[in-house]
Design a protein around this ligand. Structure first.
Ligand SMILES: [Zn+2]
Length: 223
């Protein structure tokens, strides 16, 4: 029910806006007697109404679909947005779940010539102090020091908080701790826990979580 009233309310507001736009555009395009100053004023009002149109349009979910217009384009029956053109803003509810974009995955088996052609999404949001980045791309060729190699298609989500970085892709979950305040050595190693000596293992405040069959459920790092 909410959707219907939301739609009707928006339709009403857009109708009023379109009438105002028509009125102003007639003024400055047809009224030859108006002064240059007034002409400029009407022009400015028209531009400002255009901004209002863009912002009102953000509320539109294009409920009634699109109608064909000239140049083989399609426009929303309610807000007039041209299908598949970019929107420059997001409108988010202050309370409740905020949703931006859809979950996208690599969508081609092809290896693209470069990173920008392979890109599907590369977007970052700062959310209450935490930074989240989504990087989804198809496979592409990369050149480094005269060598060309293929970068695999992937979807990586990275969260940054308190200098800690957690990235998740299809194959692994990587956690980088904040080492900026710690004296750390120059070399970097990586081992499975069973490869380390017991006394060295004590440097890792990690709790493994598992079920009665020792199936891994998660882990906790105490910082
Ligand atoms: Zn619309």
């Amino acid at each position: 029910m909410k959707k219907v009233s939301e739609k009707l309310e928006l339709k009403r507001e857009l109708d009023r806006l379109f009438k105002s736009m028509d009125f102003v555009s007639e003024k400055f395009s047809e009224d030859k007697k108006i002064s240059k100053r007034d002409h400029q004023l009407y022009w400015n009002i028209y531009q400002q109404l255009g901004v209002a149109w863009e912002f009102l349009g953000l509320q539109c979910r294009h409920w009634d679909g699109y109608k064909k217009i000239k140049d083989k384009k399609e426009a929303c029956r309610i807000c007039g947005k041209i299908k598949s053109t970019d929107e420059h803003y997001y409108l988010l509810p202050k309370t409740g779940l905020k949703k931006i974009g859809k979950k996208s995955m690599p969508n081609s088996k092809k290896t693209f010539k470069n990173k920008s052609q392979a890109k599907i999404v590369s977007d970052t949001i700062e959310f209450h102090g935490a930074v989240i980045n989504a990087d989804v791309h198809n496979s592409y060729k990369s050149r480094m020091l005269n060598h060309t190699f293929n970068i695999a298609a992937e979807r990586i989500i990275t969260v940054k908080e308190r200098g800690i970085e957690c990235s998740i892709d299809q194959h692994l979950i990587h956690l980088k701790l904040n080492t900026s305040n710690k004296m750390i050595g120059k070399k970097k190693y990586g081992n499975f826990p069973w490869e380390l000596k017991r006394q060295n293992l004590k440097n890792f405040p990690v709790i493994f979580e598992f079920d009665e069959k020792y199936k891994m459920l998660g882990l906790t790092i105490l910082t």
